[in-house]
Design a protein around this ligand. Structure first.
Ligand code: AMP
Ligand code: MG
Length: 421
């Protein structure tokens, strides 16, 4: 690799000069990935979690008419005496769905419920708690403001304005917003098609007893979960043996049908690690090592038009590299505008040991301390095979490449999992 940023090896005991810096890896992936072509028009409920493919402009005002924000009385503000009592005759009632149809004469008012249209001739609401009712009259005290407790037409959404932009992943509030405009269908990007398989002769499928030297294949399940949360269309190709022909065949099969292929295992430099070599034979290797921990061996490239991610086999490394590098790329393919993991800064509650030279993603737990502030600590053992640390964690603690040990009280970058992991 020729274009690494130069870092003095003396100060970076853990730095591998053949590895790519994280930011550079992100840039290269973003540059190599293209948005998938193809849209779908789906019913509003089915649009939840999908990425919007067009800007939505409102054809309506929401609310469509001025209406009352309170149960009370609709009055003409100018009828009220500012600093003393006013007596008004009640000339009718307005309910939500059953407007008052006349024009309200000066000196009179209308009993009104929340959501009912403001009757013609009125502009102000007096809460029912603030009046004294006397048969067919009310008595209102001083101190009310003209226009109070009225929701104006277009206050939420003005007709003609853009309320949702293409590239947004639709959340419950968004489909509600579309419904409030009477929109029953949305144009969304097609889902990204992702094929994946595990490599490793030691892997045993669920339902079979473990033989000597075997472990169960967990990566296919974490990948299934993370891809499902992301809204991908999944092609699970199972477990593939550590054998050149089998791995090459699986590569070609995936390249024929998927936007992206993800493998786990076989990307290090062991004798049975064929993934990178076969990627080079059948396609193109962009990079295969990132200065990060866990997850240093991460192969990225292309086989025909299919983007390829060769994740490390260790279960934590596979999840970390997926979250940092694969997920943003898949979102980009799906047309989503916001792709990077979200992060916040929190105070560290326990010491972290680290050598400079690699970006580190430690498994963390965010929680309230005794004074009520949210702080973060590690889950404990941080080995890249310790999948239980991912299960206990609710965030990654992200430590920059150049940093060494971190003491309690220091502000650190934290990426909350938000149900994605
Ligand atoms: P590799 O990247 O193939 O050298 O694998 C690194 C470590 O991860 C080894 O200890 C493997 O046994 C383990 N491993 C590889 N694939 C999986 C998998 N699918 N599920 C669980 N562990 C795995
Ligand atoms: Mg292996």
């Amino acid at each position: 690799m020729t274009d690494n940023v130069l870092i003095s090896p003396n100060t970076m005991e853990d730095f591998d000069p053949n590895s790519l810096l994280g930011d550079e890896a992100t840039r290269r992936i973003a540059a190599a990935v293209t948005q998938a072509r193809g849209y779908e028009h789906v019913a509003l409920r089915a649009a939840l979690g999908r990425v919007l493919a067009e800007d939505i402009r409102s054809q309506l005002n929401v609310p469509p008419y001025a209406n009352s924000a309170m149960d009370g009385y609709a009055v003409c503000g100018d009828d009220l005496t500012k600093n003393s009592e006013t007596r008004l005759a009640v000339s009718g009632t307005a309910f939500a769905g059953h407007p008052f149809n006349g024009t309200v004469q000066r000196g009179t008012c209308v009993r009104i419920m929340t959501g009912a249209p403001m009757p013609r001739g009125t502009d102000t609401i007096i809460m029912q708690e603030h009046v004294t009712r006397e048969e067919n009259h009310i008595i209102v005290g001083g101190g009310h403001k003209n226009g109070q407790h009225v929701r104006q037409a277009g206050e939420d959404i003005a007709a003609g304005s853009i309320i949702l932009q293409r590239g947004k992943r639709l959340r419950p509030a968004d489909i509600g917003l579309l419904a409030s405009l009477g929109i029953a269908e949305a144009k969304v990007h097609r889902r990204v098609r992702v094929a994946f398989f595990s490599t490793g002769d030691e892997l045993c499928s669920l339902g079979k007893p473990l033989r000597e030297g075997q472990i169960y294949d967990s990566n296919r399940y974490t990948l299934f979960g993370m891809l499902t949360q992301l809204g991908a269309e999944i092609i699970d190709m199972g477990t593939v043996a550590d054998n050149r022909v089998a791995v090459a065949d699986a590569f070609l099969e995936a390249a024929a049908c998927a936007d992206a292929l993800i493998t786990t295992g076989g990307v290090s430099v062991g004798e049975a690690d064929y993934v990178r070599e076969i990627l080079a034979e059948l396609g193109h290797v962009d990079f295969w090592k990132i200065a990060m921990k866990p997850g240093k061996p991460l192969a990225f490239g292309k086989i025909k038009d299919t983007v390829f991610f060769g994740l490390p086999g260790n279960p934590v490394s596979a999840m970390v590299t997926f979250h940092q590098y694969v997920r943003p790329a898949l979102l980009q393919i799906m047309g989503q505008t916001e792709c990077a993991p979200t992060s916040v800064r929190l105070r560290l509650a326990s010491r972290i040991k680290k050598s400079p030279g690699r970006m580190e993603y430690q498994r963390g737990i965010m929680q309230r301390d005794n004074s009520g502030d949210t702080v973060v600590k590690t889950t404990g053992a941080q080995g890249s095979h310790v999948l239980s640390s991912m299960s206990q964690a609710n965030c990654f603690i992200v430590l920059p490449l150049e940093c060494g040990n971190v003491e309690p009280g220091v502000l650190v970058e934290v990426q909350p999992f938000d149900n994605q992991m």
